[in-house]
Design a protein around this ligand. Structure first.
Ligand code: BF8
Ligand code: SF4
Length: 646
C-alpha cells in the first residue's frame, strides 16, 4: 500500500506510514486485499427470505430485449434493487430519528428539571420551535387594572410543552408532522399531491421496512413513494428536530475559529477524542474536561493539560458551538490512535469502525463505549454508560479514566505536524446575519447576488469518506470546480472536514479558488467560500437555508426552481442515502460519487435518475469522475438560471 495513492491528506499519509512501520492493519490495507461483491454493488442481490440469496447480475454487455431476470419468487431486478434501496433509506432515517429521540428525551428531562446538567441556552430558538410546533408562547395574565394582557410563558414550562409536542412527531400515526410544514408552500403542495407528507417519524420507517418484507410491495414506484415519506420524515423531521432542540440546549452555531487535522493533538497533554454523533455526551465531556480539579488531576499524572478534540460528526458538533479542535474525518479514526498520543477515544453511535478496538490494542489508547445501543464486543474496550440524569458525573468518570491512562503512553509517539485554521458554524441564522448586508436578518442580499450573477448558484456538498476511493480527493475536486464557477458551497459532515483540512474553510481561500464574482462576495462579507453548517444531522439546516432563499424572493416559489444542486462525492453510509433521497424529494438534483447500488436494474435506475424529476422536480444521479460530477451540477444550475430568466 502506497499511502500517497489512497489519500490526498498529508497527515493521513504520514500516519499510514507509521501504521505500516508499527505493523498495524487499517481499513486502507483491507480495501486493497478485499474486493467488493459486484452483484451487491449493482443492488441486485436479494436476501430478504431464506430461499435466496437470489443474485441477478447484469449480463456483460447489458440487457438486450426484455429483461427476464427473476428471483425464485419472481422478484424482478427493479423490485430487488428498490427493496435494497428502501432498506438503506429506512436505516439511515432510523439512525437520525433515533439520535433525535435521544435528544428529545434529554430535552424533556431538562425541561422537567430532572437533570440540571442541561439547560435552555437559546430562548429565541425555543420560541421559533414552539411556533412551528403550535405551542403557545404567551399566556393571558390579568393585571392590577383587571385587564388581561399576553405575557411570555416561563422558559422551562414552555420547554416542557415543546418537548412533549416534539416527541409526538415521532409517535404520531396520522396527519402531517409539524416540522415539515415549514417547507415552502409550493413544495408542500407537491408533497400533498403525491401523498408523501410524513405522518409520523417512527411510522414511516416501520412501514417502509414492512413493505420490503418478502412478498409485500412489489412495485418499485410505490416503494419509492414510501421511501420519500420516510426520508422526508428524516430531513424535515428527525434530523430537523434533533438539530433544533440541540440548538436550544447547547446554542445555535455562529461562525467560530477552529483548527483541524491530527496535528491538533498535543504530545504533553492528555488527549481525549470524542467520536460519533450525539452532542448530549460530548457537551458534558467539554464541561468535565475544563474543570479546574480535572486539570489539576492531569497535572498530577504528569500532563500539562487536557486536549479535547472531535472525530467525525461529534467533532462538528463541538466545533460549531465551542470552536474545539477537530482531529479528522471518518477515514482518520484508526490513524488518530496510531499517533500513540490518544489516551481515550470516547464513542457513542454511528460510523465507529469496529477495527479501532484492534488498533488500540497496539497502543495504550482506551476505547470507551458509552451508549447502550452501541457496544463493541472486544476485551479491549470499556463501557461507561452515559445517562442524561447523571450526565456530568458520567462525563467526569470518562475524563478521569483518560487522565489515568496518560502515564501508560508507550514510546514512539508521533503527531503529524499538520493542522489548518478554519471558520465553521454557519447555521441558517448565521448565514442570514452574515450575508444580510445592511439589512441584517435577511437572505435578500444573497438572492440579489445570485440574481446579478456574482454567485452562479448554491451547492450542498456533504457526506462521508469511503475507503474504496481516494480519501478527501472527490470532495475537494468537486468543490474546487464549483467554486471556480462561482457556486457557493454549503457543507456538512466529513465533507466539511475535508474542506477544513485543505484550507477551504479559511476566508482567505476565496481569492485563491473562486471565480471573480464569488470571490468578491466572500471578501466583502468576510466569509469562506465553503460554509461549514455542522454535522450530518444538520443537513436539515441546508433545507431551511434553501427555504429562506425561496422566501426572500426573486428565485421562484419552490426549492426545485433554485439554481442549486446537491452532492455526496465519497458517500458510504446508509444515512447518506436517506439524506440523498430527502434532498431529491425536496426538489434538489443530487449527484452521488462512488457508485450506487441501483445500476443492476436499468429500469429502477431510470426511474430515480429521470422520472423522479417529473414528480418532485429533483432527481438522483451518479457520476464517478469528480470533474464531470461538478460539471453536471453546474449544467443543472445553469438550466435553472435560464428557467428563471437569469
Ligand atoms: O454523519 S459524513 S462518515 S461521520 S455518515 Fe459518518 Fe458519513 Fe462522516 Fe457523520 Ni455523516
Ligand atoms: Fe429470492 Fe424472492 Fe426470497 Fe428475494 S424474496 S431471496 S428474490 S425468493
Amino acid at each position: 500500500l502506497n499511502p500517497k495513492e489512497v489519500t490526498v491528506d498529508v497527515a493521513t499519509q504520514q500516519m499510514l506510514e507509521k501504521a505500516q512501520h508499527d505493523g498495524v492493519e487499517t481499513i486502507f490495507d483491507r480495501a486493497v486485499t478485499m474486493k467488493a461483491c459486484n452483484i451487491g454493488a449493482q443492488g441486485t442481490c436479494c436476501k430478504v427470505c431464506s430461499q435466496g440469496p437470489c443474485r441477478l447480475p447484469l449480463p456483460k454487455g447489458g440487457i438486450e430485449g426484455d429483461d427476464t431476470r427473476k428471483g425464485l419468487c419472481g422478484a424482478t431486478p427493479e423490485t430487488i434493487a428498490a427493496r435494497n434501496f428502501a432498506r438503506m433509506v429506512a436505516v439511515g432515517s432510523a439512525a437520525h430519528g433515533d439520535h433525535g429521540r435521544g435528544v428529545v428525551e434529554t430535552f424533556i428531562a431538562m425541561a422537567n428539571r430532572e437533570t440540571e446538567d442541561y439547560s435552555v441556552h437559546d430562548t429565541e430558538k425555543l420560541m421559533e420551535v414552539a411556533q412551528y410546533l403550535n405551542v403557545p408562547t404567551t399566556i393571558m395574565v390579568e393585571g392590577e387594572d383587571g385587564v388581561k394582557r399576553p405575557e411570555m410563558r416561563e422558559t422551562y414550562e414552555l420547554a416542557r410543552d415543546v418537548g412533549q409536542k416534539a416527541l409526538a412527531q415521532w409517535t404520531s400515526q396520522e396527519g402531517e408532522i409539524l416540522s415539515a410544514l415549514q417547507a415552502p408552500p409550493a413544495r408542500l403542495e407537491v408533497w400533498r399531491d403525491l401523498d408523501v407528507v410524513p405522518r409520523g417519524i417512527d411510522r414511516e420507517i416501520v412501514e417502509l421496512l414492512h413493505r420490503t418484507h418478502m412478498g409485500v410491495d412489489q412495485d418499485y414506484r410505490n416503494l419509492v413513494k414510501q421511501c420519500s415519506r420516510a426520508a422526508l420524515a428524516d430531513g424535515w423531521g428527525g434530523s430537523m428536530l434533533a438539530t433544533d432542540l440541540q440548538d436550544i440546549m447547547f446554542g445555535t452555531p455562529y461562525p467560530m475559529q477552529g483548527e483541524i487535522n491530527l496535528g491538533v493533538l498535543k504530545e504533553d497533554h492528555v488527549n481525549i477524542l470524542v467520536h460519533g454523533h450525539e452532542p448530549l455526551l460530548s457537551e458534558m465531556i467539554v464541561v468535565a474536561s475544563q474543570e479546574p480539579e480535572m486539570l489539576e488531576y492531569a497535572k498530577q499524572k504528569g500532563a500539562k493539560g487536557i486536549l479535547l478534540a472531535g472525530m467525525c460528526c461529534t467533532a462538528n458538533e463541538i466545533l460549531v458551538r465551542h470552536g474545539l479542535p477537530t482531529a479528522g474525518n471518518y477515514l482518520q479514526q484508526e490513524l488518530a490512535i496510531v499517533t500513540g498520543a490518544v489516551e481515550a477515544m470516547v464513542v457513542d453511535v454511528q460510523c465507529i469502525m469496529e477495527n479501532i478496538a484492534n488498533v488500540a490494542e497496539c497502543y495504550h489508547t482506551k476505547i470507551i463505549t458509552t451508549n447502550p445501543r452501541a457496544m463493541i464486543e472486544s476485551g479491549n474496550t470499556t463501557h461507561i454508560e452515559f445517562d442524561e440524569h447523571s450526565a456530568l458525573e458520567d462525563a467526569r468518570k470518562i475524563v478521569r479514566q483518560a487522565v489515568e491512562n496518560f502515564p501508560n503512553r508507550r514510546p514512539g509517539v508521533m503527531i503529524p505536524n499538520a493542522k489548518e485554521p478554519m471558520v465553521a458554524g454557519f447555521s441558517k441564522e448565521a448565514i442570514k446575519y452574515h450575508l444580510g448586508g445592511a439589512f441584517r436578518g435577511s437572505y435578500t442580499p444573497l438572492n440579489d447576488n445570485i440574481i446579478n450573477g456574482r454567485i452562479r448558484g448554491i451547492a450542498g456538498v456533504v457526506g462521508c469518506n469511503n475507503a474504496r476511493t481516494m480519501h478527501d480527493s472527490g470532495h475537494l475536486t468537486v468543490i474546487k470546480e464549483l467554486l471556480k464557477q462561482d457556486v457557493i458551497v454549503l457543507s456538512t459532515g466529513c465533507s466539511a472536514m475535508a474542506c477544513g483540512k485543505a484550507g477551504l474553510l479559511a476566508p482567505e481561500s476565496a481569492k485563491v479558488y473562486c471565480g471573480p464574482g464569488l470571490a468578491e462576495v466572500c471578501e466583502t462579507v468576510g466569509i469562506p467560500p465553503v460554509l461549514h453548517m455542522g454535522a450530518c444531522v444538520d443537513n436539515s439546516r441546508i433545507l431551511m437555508a434553501a427555504t429562506e432563499v425561496v422566501k426572500a424572493g426573486g428565485l421562484g416559489k419552490d426549492i426545485s426552481e433554485l439554481p442549486a444542486a446537491g452532492s455526496a462525492p465519497e458517500w458510504m453510509s446508509e444515512k447518506a442515502i436517506a439524506i440523498g433521497h430527502y434532498f431529491v424529494a425536496s426538489g434538489v438534483y443530487t449527484v452521488f460519487g462512488n457508485g450506487l447500488p441501483v445500476t443492476g436494474s436499468p429500469k429502477f435506475q431510470k426511474f430515480l435518475f429521470e422520472e423522479l424529476e417529473n414528480l418532485y422536480g429533483g432527481k438522483w444521479d451518479l457520476e464517478l469522475d469528480p470533474y464531470a460530477h461538478a460539471r453536471k451540477m453546474i449544467e443543472h444550475i445553469n438550466k435553472k438560471r435560464a428557467a428563471l430568466g437569469l
